[in-house]
Design a protein around this ligand. Sequence first.
Ligand SMILES: Cc1cc2nc3c(=O)[nH]c(=O)nc-3n(C[C@H](O)[C@H](O)[C@H](O)COP(=O)(O)O)c2cc1C
Length: 445
Amino acid sequence: MNQISNIGNKMLIGLHLGNGYGSQPGAWRMPGVDPQSYTSFDARVKQAQAAERGKFHFLFLPDGPGAVLADIATESPAFNLDVMMTLAAVARETNRIGLVATGSTTFNEPFNLARQFKALDVMSHGRAGWNAITSSGEDVAANYGKKIPSSEDRYGRAHEVVQLIQALWGSWGKDAWVHDQQSGHFAKKDQILPINLQGKYAGSRGPLYIPPSEQGQPVIFHAGGSPNAHELAGRFANAVIGAAFTIDDARAQRNAFREAAKSYGRNPDEIKYIPGLMTTIAKDRRTALDRRIQLAGESLAQRAGYLQQMLGIPIDVRRMDEPFSKEQLADARPSRYDPRSPHALKIAKEGWSLRDILAHGVIDYHPVIVGPGIEAADHMQAWFEAGAADGFWISPDVNADGIDAFVDEVVPILQQRGLFHQEYDGKTLRSHLGAPDQYGIDPRV
Ligand SMILES: Cc1cc2nc3c(=O)[nH]c(=O)nc-3n(C[C@H](O)[C@H](O)[C@H](O)COP(=O)(O)O)c2cc1C
């Protein structure tokens, strides 16, 4: 039954749904944004519906777990109140879009994760995905009264936890539920069995009393790029939430995940590599830059110091509205230590002012499109056709209008070019991704 359905030559698109304001720190202060939407499940549902209108394949909710913050005095937390509660609310108000939440293998017991995700999968009629990550950082660990374990221990536990969870998902046999009111036969007892698994880091007896969903069980995602990530995702994941700044880097990442999948006896097409793309979509570049300038406020000038390191030239922050001089540009050398540097230099050479260079998002966490929809479509097409990505997760600057801007200005171009589906073909996340059927553990890995 390991048939991989062919999603053809179409790209996948997901939406980053973090705190609900958007990916730019200033999003919560933008005109038209409800400053209380951090606690508004109605806002989250509306954003999910906007993505579904654009036929996005999935929503992606990152998590620490728990908020990690630089300064609550001025900043909104980056994550949802609770990723599972949010997706439960969204599941009831959407029909097709996949629902992917992050769950830490380090700071959860496998039984809890198995239960919550399979319940979400049943509730959403087969649209749940679990982004299995190991968590990093002492500030997350501190929320649990712990220290962050070594990489070896985190990933050692992660391999066990994913297998335990999949075994628990499979512990209620596919056809075990009889629910015959006449005969009084509720379920086939011999098909709902304990798993009795105990590893070095975690264990569970089971069974988990949740029947299969329309897609059997949730789809596994992973987010990361380290060799450990390649290994974990190569073994278990059907999709990877990635971060890459250049086509070459993305292609190398994608190939590393595909090779890792092959080493576990899987078909490399079973794992989709999905890097991020941040968007500020407006009618033209100038309008988009002005929006970013408004969003960034004072913080733009604070970034000039880092740009100086990226380009290896002295920069005068008092000259925010002037382009670099010929001498500065002649002396500039992109830093070897930051993969964003060549792009930053390219933008600088186009003659933009220091303020505008920074407003292009040259120091952001992912490639940034600041301009009309066609620029986003061109970027996505180039990466997709170069074998650098199977799709993208989109991080709009401000969710309140940025999701609609992408849906109205980018999606139609991708559809016209035959790069993105016109309609949802299937009803489950597994079918959206073209992922093979799986129930319980994958016997190959
Ligand atoms: C695009 C992307 C998204 C990520 N999302 C999360 C997340 O939501 N929660 C989390 O704890 N870690 C997240 N990570 C971090 C990774 O899980 C991983 O911890 C990190 O890349 C460090 O690698 P290491 O754990 O192998 O040292 C993300 C990483 C990337 C590249």
